[in-house]
Design a protein around this ligand. Structure first.
Ligand code: ADP
Ligand code: MG
Length: 661
C-alpha cells in the first residue's frame, strides 16, 4: 500500500522521530555513513594512502608526516577529545587506552601509525553507530505509521490540523485509506477497518455508528464521521509508539563481566605496558601493547549482539522493551499461559442463553447487557452485541464496576446485577444451582453467570475460538525443551480442563478460577521452587503476573494498556505464532554474546603477548586490534541477518525447530 493511499500526510519538517539514514516521511535524510562522516573517513583514507605511497617511494619524510598528520587530524582528534572529556567527567572508559596509544605513537614520531590507528578506530566506531541506527530504523517503521495530520470537521467544511492538537470530543472525518489518528467513536458511516497492525488479524472488522475505532487501524472503504474519545497521547497506538520509542532509546544493558573489566583492565594494561618499557627499554613496544590492549571488541560483545537482535525482533513485529528480556530466554524453565485471549482468540459470540428460576430469556440478556455496556472484556462485548442483534436497546450508564478477571457488578436504581465467573458470583454470595456434571465439552466455550438482586438468573454460553496457531506453538515449545507448560485462568475448571485436553496438556498443570493476585501468587510460588518463568497473557487481570514473571509476554491484540505496559515483550502480530521464534532469538543472542566474549578475549590476549614479545609493529598492532572489533561486530550482525523473510527459517533452524509451513 502506498503512503498516499493510507493517508499519511507529510509534515513540513520531519519529526525528530526520523533519525536514521532514511525515514518514511517521504524524504531521504543523509545518515552518518553517507554524509560528513563518510567524507571525513574518505579524505583521511586518501591522505593516509598518499603518506604511505610517499614513504614507500622514498619521498620527503616531512611530506609523509604532514599528510599523515592531516589524516590524523580528521580521525584522531575526536578520539582524543572524547578521552579527555571522559577523564574530566570522571567516567572510567577503557578505550582511553587507545587515546594514550595514539598520543604515544605521535610522541615517538610514528605519524603514519597514529593515523592508521585513528582511522581504524573511527571506522570501528561508526560501524557500531551504523548498527544502532539500523536497529533504530526497524523501530521507526512502527513509529512512522502514525499519521501526523487529520481532517477536523467544521461548519464550513474540513480543516487539516496536526493530530497532536486534537482533544477528546472533536469531530473528524476519516476518509477511506486514512489511518485512524486517535481512538474514536463512529458518529456516522460504516466501513471495514484493518486492525492488523494492532491485532494481527488481517480480516477487516466492519464497524458502524456507536462503535469504537482504534488509532493505528486503517479505514478501508467508507467515509466515517467520528468523535474523538481521547487525545493522541492517550490513544491505543500512541501507547504502543511510546513503548517502541522507549525500547529504542534504551541502550542495551552492558554485561556485568564487562563492568567489572573496566575497573581492573586499564590499570592492569598500563602496568603491563610499564613493565615492557622497563624490561626492554623499548617505548615503541610498550606503546604497541597499549594499542592492542584496548578492549573495544570485548566492550562491544554484548551491546552489538543485543542491538542486532532487537532489530531482528522489531522486523518480525516483536517489540522487546529491554535487552535483558532477550538474554533471559536462555534460563526460562517454565511457560505459563493465560487462557482467554491468549490460548484462545478472545473474539467471542453468545451461542446460548440459559435462564434459570423463571427469568425470561430476553430479560436476562437485557440485564446482563446493561451491566456490560461499557465493558472491555471480550465476554462483555459479546453480550452487548447479542443484545443489539435481537434489538434490545441498552442505555449507557456509569454504574458498573469491572473486576478484572472476574466480571462486572452494576449497582443502579434497578438493583444489583452481577455478571461474571462462577467463583465471582459465589464470592458475592450468590448460590448457583448448577450441577457439577454440566461439563462444557467445547474447549472454547466460556460460561458467564448472571444474578440480579442476589438471585441467580441463569448463564450465558459464549463461544471463543481456539487460536489456529496454538497447537504448533506448543509443539515448538516442547521442541525447545520447554515442556513444562501451565495454564492459569480466571475461567471455570471445566472450560480450562477441556482446553487442556484439546491440546493434550496434563490436567494437573491447569489452574482455574484465579483472580489477578492469585495468578501472580502462583508465579511467585514457581519462582520460589527455582523455576524461571515466562508468562504469556493478554488482559488487565494478567498485569501482576506479567510483571512478576522473569519474562512477561503480551499479545498486542486486545488493546489492553495494562498488559502492554507490564509485559517486557509484545508480540505485535500473528497472535502467538512468533513465541517460539522469540525464545529462539533470545537464546541465539546469548550464544552470540558468549562467542563474542571468547573471541575478543582470545584475540586480545594473543595480540598483547605478540606485542610484548616485540613481534608486532604499532601499525600491525592497530590493525590486529581493529580486526578483533570488526570480527565481533560481524558475528553480532549474524543476528540482524536472521531475516523474517521466508518464514525466518534460518533462525528456527539454529534452534532445531521445524520450518514454518
Ligand atoms: P483468562 O484468565 O482465561 O484470560 P479472563 O480473566 O479474561 O480469563 O476471564 C476469566 C473469567 O472471568 C471469564 O471466563 C469470565 O467468566 C469472567 N469475566 C471476566 N470479565 C468479565 C466480564 N466483563 N463479563 C463477564 N464475565 C467476565
Ligand atoms: Mg486473558
Amino acid at each position: 500500500m502506498s503512503r498516499e493511499s493510507v493517508g499519511i500526510h507529510l509534515p513540513e519538517s520531519c519529526s525528530d522521530l526520523c533519525r536514521g539514514a532514511s525515514c518514511e516521511c517521504g524524504h531521504t535524510k543523509p545518515g552518518p555513513l553517507f554524509s560528513h562522516v563518510l567524507i571525513r573517513i574518505l579524505s583521511a583514507v586518501l591522505l593516509l594512502a598518499f603518506a604511505l605511497y610517499n614513504d614507500y617511494t622514498g619521498g620527503m619524510s616531512a611530506v609523509t608526516a604532514i599528510t599523515a598528520g592531516l589524516s590524523l587530524l580528521l580521525t584522531g582528534v575526536p578520539v582524543i577529545v572524547e578521552a579527555i572529556t571522559g577523564l574530566i567527567q570522571g567516567k572510567r572508559n577503557v578505550c582511553e587506552l587507545a587515546a594514550l596509544a595514539l598520543a604515544g605513537a605521535v610522541v615517538i614520531g610514528e605519524w603514519v601509525t597514529a593515523a592508521e590507528i585513528a582511522l581504524i578506530m573511527c571506522i570501528g566506531e561508526h560501524t557500531e553507530e551504523y548498527m544502532y541506527s539500523r536497529a533504530g530504523r526497524d523501530l521507526e517503521g512502527i513509529i512512522t505509521r502514525h499519521p501526523r495530520f487529520c481532517h477536523l470537521l467544521r461548519d464550513t467544511g474540513t480543516i487539516e490540523i496536526p493530530v497532536d492538537d486534537l482533544t477528546a470530543g472533536d469531530r473528524l472525518m476519516i476518509r477511506p485509506g486514512d489511518i485512524v489518528p486517535v481512538d474514536c467513536r463512529i458518529h456516522e458511516g460504516r466501513s471495514g477497518l484493518d486492525e492488523s497492525c494492532l491485532t494481527g488479524e488481517s480480516i477487516p472488522v466492519f464497524k458502524g455508528p456507536g462503535d469504537t475505532i482504534w488509532s493505528g487501524s486503517t479505514n478501508l472503504d467508507g467515509v466515517l464521521i467520528v468523535d474523538t474519545l481521547r487525545p493522541v497521547s492517550e490513544s491505543t497506538y500512541a501507547r504502543i509508539i511510546e513503548l517502541v520509542s522507549e525500547a529504542g532509546e534504551r541502550r542495551p544493558p552492558s554485561h556485568p563481566f564487562i563492568d567489572r573489566c573496566a575497573r581492573w583492565y586499564s590499570p592492569l594494561m598500563l602496568l603491563i605496558a610499564g613493565l615492557v618499557l622497563l624490561g626492554t627499554g623499548d617505548a615503541v613496544r610498550a606503546i604497541t601493547v597499549l594499542i592492542v590492549a584496548c578492549p573495544c571488541a570485548l566492550l562491544l560483545s554484548t551491546p552489538s549482539a543485543v542491538v542486532a537482535a532487537l532489530g531482528a525482533a522489531a522486523r518480525r513485529g516483536i517489540l522487546v522493551k529491554k535487552g535483558e528480556f532477550l538474554e533471559i530466554c536462555r534460563s526460562i524453565t517454565t511457560i505459563v499461559f493465560d487462557k482467554t485471549g491468549t490460548l484462545t482468540s478472545g473474539v467471542m459470540k453468545v451461542i446460548a442463553i440459559e435462564p434459570s428460576g423463571g427469568t425470561p430469556e430476553h430479560e436476562m440478556l437485557r440485564i446482563a447487557g446493561t451491566a456490560e455496556i461499557s465493558s472491555s472484556h471480550p465476554a462483555g462485548k459479546a453480550i452487548v452485541q447479542a443484545c443489539r442483534d435481537v434489538g434490545i436497546e441498552l442505555q449507557i450508564r456509569g454504574t458498573a464496576c469491572q473486576y478484572p478477571g472476574e466480571g462486572v457488578e452494576d449497582r443502579s436504581d434497578a438493583g444489583v446485577t452481577l455478571v461474571g465467573s462462577l467463583s465471582f458470583l459465589e464470592r458475592k454470595g450468590v448460590k448457583i444451582p448448577l450441577p457439577e456434571s454440566d461439563v462444557v465439552s467445547n474447549p472454547a466455550v466460556c460460561t458467564v453467570f448472571v444474578s440480579h438482586n442476589g438471585q441467580y438468573s441463569g448463564c450465558i454460553r459464549i463461544a471463543d475460538q481456539v487460536r489456529s496457531e496454538t497447537q504448533k506453538v506448543l509443539a515448538d515449545l516442547v521442541h525447545l525443551g520447554l515442556s513444562r507448560i501451565i495454564i492459569l485462568t480466571g475461567d471455570t475448571h471445566q472450560a480450562a480442563i477441556s482446553l487442556a485436553r484439546f491440546y493434550c496438556l496434563p490436567e494437573n498443570r491447569v489452574f482455574s478460577g484465579l483472580r489477578p493476585s492469585e495468578k501472580e501468587a502462583y508465579i511467585a510460588e514457581l519462582q520460589e521452587a527455582g523455576e524461571k518463568v515466562c508468562f504469556i497473557g493478554d488482559g488487565t487481570n494478567d498485569g501482576p503476573a506479567l510483571a512478576r514473571a522473569e519474562l512477561g509476554i503480551s499479545i498486542a491484540g486486545r488493546h489492553d494498556t495494562v498488559a502492554l505496559e507490564t509485559a517486557g515483550v509484545i508480540l505485535m502480530r500473528d497472535g502467538l505464532s512468533l513465541l517460539a521464534d522469540y525464545i529462539c532469538l533470545g537464546r541465539r543472542t546469548s550464544q552470540i554474546i558468549i562467542q563474542n566474549v571468547i573471541l575478543a578475549l582470545a584475540l586480545n590476549l594473543l595480540l598483547i603477548l605478540a606485542a610484548a614479545a616485540g613481534l608486532l609493529s604499532p601499525a600491525a598492532g592497530a590493525v590486529g586490534h581493529q580486526v578483533a572489533t570488526v570480527l565481533v561486530l560481524l558475528n553480532s550482525l549474524r543476528l540482524a541477518g536472521v531475516r523474517p523473510r521466508s518464514g525466518g527459517h534460518r533462525l528456527r533452524e539454529t534452534c532445531g525447530l521445524p520450518s514454518h509451513s
